[in-house]
Write a protein that binds this ligand. Structure first.
Ligand code: THU
Length: 140
């Protein structure tokens, strides 16, 4: 599989965001870009805080940017995550759950490794099978 021009454009957007990551403690910079079905792109980078649990991942910051701009459930077309490591950087479990708040299992997620040009493409369902969703909150 090769990345499409649209996917490569998102890699570039995520790379730009990654340059603004505040990864003062881990030194692990991550960028994310979300493209909406209407073509708009929103980016995020990880923002770490000296009280470590308060840090927020790149993906969740990109989700917040999209939602604040009006994105609703079903509007996300694809997400690209960019890291620089020996291994690929897939979204963490918390970010998978947050993505599931706004997208179904078919959401495309691409992760791209700046250190070697490797990438992988998943669906949200691949990464978060049997997700707990709002539907699971409905009580008899
Ligand atoms: N991180 C992300 O931003 N996204 C991921 O997909 C994995 C991890 C961040 C969180 C933390 O700031 C740093 O990378 C190390 O875990």
């Amino acid at each position: 599989m090769t990345l499409s021009q649209e996917q490569l454009d998102l890699v570039e957007a995520a790379k730009g965001a990654r340059e603004n990551a505040h990864a003062a403690y881990s030194k692990f910079l991550v960028g994310a870009a979300i493209r909406l079905r209407d073509g708009r792109v929103f980016v995020g980078a990880n923002v770490e805080i000296c009280v470590f649990p308060l840090g927020v991942c790149a993906e969740r910051n990109a989700v917040a940017a999209a939602v604040v701009a009006g994105a609703k459930y079903g509007d996300f077309e694809r997400v690209v995550v960019v890291g620089h490591a020996v291994e690929l950087t897939p979204p963490c479990g918390a970010c998978r759950q947050v993505l599931a708040e706004f997208a179904d299992a078919s959401l495309e997620i691409v992760t791209y490794n700046l250190s070697n040009g490797e990438y992988a493409e998943y669906s949200l369902g691949d990464l978060l099978p049997n997700a707990f969703t709002g539907a699971n909150l409905i009580q008899p």
